[in-house]
Ligand binder design. Structure first.
Ligand code: NAP
Length: 246
C-alpha cells in the first residue's frame, strides 16, 4: 500500500492529513516534533518525536516503506526540512515542500526586516520600549540583554531557559482576530511588534493591528528553504501527490 509521510506541526499539515485520511488504500503518517505539550493532532496515524537526523529519518522511511514525503513543517523549522531533503535524496523517495508564502507589506506598514532574533533585539530600545514578542518560546534568550524594553511574550507553552528581564507572559495560540489583537496591544501600551515571517492567515491579525495603530514591526526573515520542489498550498500538494509515482 502506498504510504505518505506528512512532516507536520502546521495548519496546512493538519488539513492535508484530514484530506488524505479519507482516501482508501493509502496509509498516511503525520509526524510532530513533540515540542508542544498538548498539540492539535492531525487526523489518522501520528508519530511524535524526532528521527535522529537525516540518517535516522532515511532508515525510518525504508522501514515503513514510505512512498512519498510531504514536508509541511513551519517555514522556520529549518533542521527538519534540511534533514527531510537529505533523506529523500538518499532513499530516492519523491518529496515536496509545502511552504505557505511569506507576508507582504502593504501601504501603511512600517516593517523592518532582520535576519535573526539577535538582530531584532539589536533594534531595541530604539524601535520601541514596550514590545509585543510573538516569535515563540524558543529563542527568548536573544532578548535577555535588552534591559530598557519591556516585553509582552506570547507563546503556546511556558518558556524554559533564559528570559528577558522585564516581561509579561501570555500563553495562547491562534487563530487571532484584529479586534482581539488591537485590544491586547493597546491595553499593554505596546509600541513595537516583533514577529517571524511565518505567513498565513491564522496569525496575521497582529500585522493589521500594528498598521492600524501605526506601530513599527520588526520582521525576522525566513531561513533558506532546501533545494527541493516546492508548492504553496494544500491543493497543490494534493495535485503533486496524484501526479507523482507514489
Ligand atoms: P527544527 O529546528 O527544524 O527541528 C528540530 C528537530 O526536531 C529536528 O531535527 C527533528 O529531530 C525534530 N522535528 C522537527 N519537526 C519534526 C516533525 N514534524 N516530525 C518529526 N520530528 C521533527 O524545528 P523547530 O523549529 O524546533 O519546530 C518543531 C516543530 O514545530 C516543527 O514540526 C514545526 O513544523 C513546528 N512549528 C515550528 C515553529 C517555529 O517557529 N520554528 C512554529 C510553529 C510550528 P531529528 O533531527 O531527531 O529528526
Amino acid at each position: 500500500m502506498p504510504c505518505v509521510l506528512i512532516l507536520g506541526g502546521t495548519g496546512e499539515a493538519r488539513e492535508l492529513a484530514a484530506r488524505l485520511a479519507a482516501r482508501p488504500g493509502l496509509r498516511v503518517v503525520s509526524t510532530l516534533a513533540g515540542r508542544v505539550r498538548a498539540p492539535r493532532l492531525p487526523a489518522g496515524e501520528v508519530r511524535i518525536g524526532g528521527f535522529g537526523g537525516p540518517a535516522g529519518l532515511a532508515a525510518w522511511l525504508r522501514a515503513e516503506h514510505v512512498t512519498a514525503i510531504i514536508d509541511a513543517t513551519h517555514p522556520f523549522a529549518a533542521r527538519i526540512s534540511s534533514s527531510a531533503a537529505a533523506a529523500a535524496a538518499e532513499t530516492g523517495i519523491p518529496m515536496i515542500l509545502l511552504r505557505r508564502p511569506g507576508w507582504t507589506a502593504v501601504a501603511g506598514d512600517d516593517w523592518r526586516w532582520v535576519d535573526s532574533l539577535l538582530d531584532a533585539a539589536a533594534l531595541l530600545p530604539a524601535a520601541g520600549r514596550r514590545a509585543f514578542l510573538t516569535t515563540g518560546r524558543q529563542g527568548l534568550a536573544s532578548f535577555v540583554d535588552v534591559p530598557d524594553t519591556w516585553f509582552l511574550v506570547r507563546c503556546v507553552d511556558p518558556p524554559t531557559g533564559p528570559l528577558p528581564p522585564r516581561m509579561h507572559l501570555l500563553l495562547d495560540r491562534g487563530p487571532y482576530t484584529v479586534d482581539g489583537e488591537l485590544s491586547l496591544m493597546t491595553s499593554h501600551g505596546v509600541d513595537v511588534l516583533i514577529t517571524k515571517d511565518s505567513g498565513g492567515d491564522l496569525t496575521s491579525a497582529k500585522l493589521t493591528a500594528a498598521r492600524i495603530l501605526g506601530l513599527p514591526v520588526i520582521m525576522v526573515r525566513r531561513p533558506p528553504a532546501p533545494a527541493v520542489p516546492m508548492v504553496a498550498t494544500v491543493e497543490e500538494a494534493l495535485t503533486w501527490l496524484d501526479n507523482s509515482s507514489a
